[in-house]
Design a binder for this molecule. Structure first.
Ligand SMILES: NC(=O)c1ccc[n+]([C@@H]2O[C@H](COP(=O)([O-])OP(=O)(O)OC[C@H]3O[C@@H](n4cnc5c(N)ncnc54)[C@H](O)[C@@H]3O)[C@@H](O)[C@H]2O)c1
Length: 297
């Protein structure tokens, strides 16, 4: 689906048609626990074959043993070779040898600025993005046609991908970067029959922060979002081929009864000057020219 900046916000209350998932295969990085466990469970329940790529072999193997049609592959997303192996294993695990969905969930919380957060959240995500698009292009070629099978990369952001989160510039930088990756890919991914979207979670109780830190957030009067709604949000994106280049916010129920909402923050509607500047940005390399090579990414 070609990206269109004039698409209206997504209807998040719509039921997901899970029949589209028959025979599909997904990779979820950081898939062993936390929010990603909910993504893995939602995908498995929708009959998607799932490769769980995580640095934690105990939780990863445990989760995989509870769910049919899943496989755990040990992976530190900071290591290119580990990620290459994940994609090779996933292609072997897939019934058709094809990969359809990739979720870049592996994440690290705010830490002292030793740049490990950059290594995991940014370098790791760029590695996953490169491998996902390599496989998608290998499967579908670089010329748009009706024969191309739908594929989708889902980048995991955060409220820190668009809000002001004081005192955490390192984490916030990596999450804005995920949005940057989405903005860079969304206008050309349709050439290889693919889509790129983003889920930005609000606070969800996982191991990313200590239980005390989450208690403190609650005591401050803040409602949390739920991991299960994250799973439903993921299926909503994957099931609908028309969704490309969108950011969905995983939200507390008080802001969205479905648990996720299209905040419509990644478009340029209503800002004519910004649209004009954007048009100039791509004038020297217009979208119609397609991908210049499979290594564009
Ligand atoms: N939980 C929240 O409140 C929240 C809010 C906003 C964004 N997010 C984002 O959601 C994603 C998941 O967070 P979570 O809350 O589930 O965290 P979590 O800490 O509970 O789980 C993260 C998972 O990633 C794995 N992981 C960590 N480093 C890895 C590495 N180098 N290689 C492979 N796997 C690795 C961990 O083993 C774990 O299974 C992250 O990208 C995070 O930034 C979470």
């Amino acid at each position: 689906m070609a990206y269109s900046p004039s698409n209206p916000p997504l209807n998040c209350a719509r039921e997901v048609d899970t029949s589209v998932f028959a025979g599909k295969t997904a990779v979820v990085t950081g898939g062993a626990s936390g929010l990603s466990e909910a993504y893995v469970r939602a995908l498995a329940a929708a009959s998607v074959a799932v490769v769980i790529a995580d640095v934690d072999p105990v939780r990863g193997s445990q989760l995989s043993s509870q769910l049919t049609n899943t496989r755990f592959v040990h992976c530190d997303v900071r290591k290119w070779e580990d990620q290459v192996r994940v994609f090779e294993e996933a292609a072997k695990f897939s019934r058709t040898g094809r990969l359809h969905y990739v979720v870049t969930n592996a994440g690290d919380g705010p830490a002292k600025p030793d740049l490990i957060t950059i290594d995991i959240n940014l370098q790791g995500t760029l590695f996953t993005t490169k491998l996902a698009t390599h496989y998608f292009i290998k499967q579908n070629g670089t010329t748009q046609s009706n024969d191309q099978e739908d594929t989708c990369l889902v980048l995991i952001g955060s409220g820190a991908a668009f809000l002001d989160c004081p005192r955490g510039p390192c984490y916030q930088a990596t999450k804005w970067a995920s949005r940057g990756i989405m903005h860079s890919l969304r206008r050309t991914s349709h050439f290889h029959g693919s889509r790129v979207n983003m889920i930005s979670p609000w606070y969800v109780q996982t191991n990313i922060l200590t239980p005390e830190a989450f208690d403190h957030v609650r005591r401050s009067g803040v409602d949390l979002a739920s991991a299960e709604d994250g799973g439903r949000c993921l299926l909503r994106i994957l099931s609908d081929r028309s969704i490309n280049g969108r950011s969905l916010f995983l939200s507390p129920k008080k802001w969205a009864s479905s648990g996720y909402i299209d905040l419509d923050i990644d478009e340029y509607m209503g800002n004519e000057r910004l649209q004009e500047i954007q048009a100039d940005q791509i004038k020297s390399a217009p979208i119609e020219l397609g991908l210049f090579g499979a290594s564009d990414y």
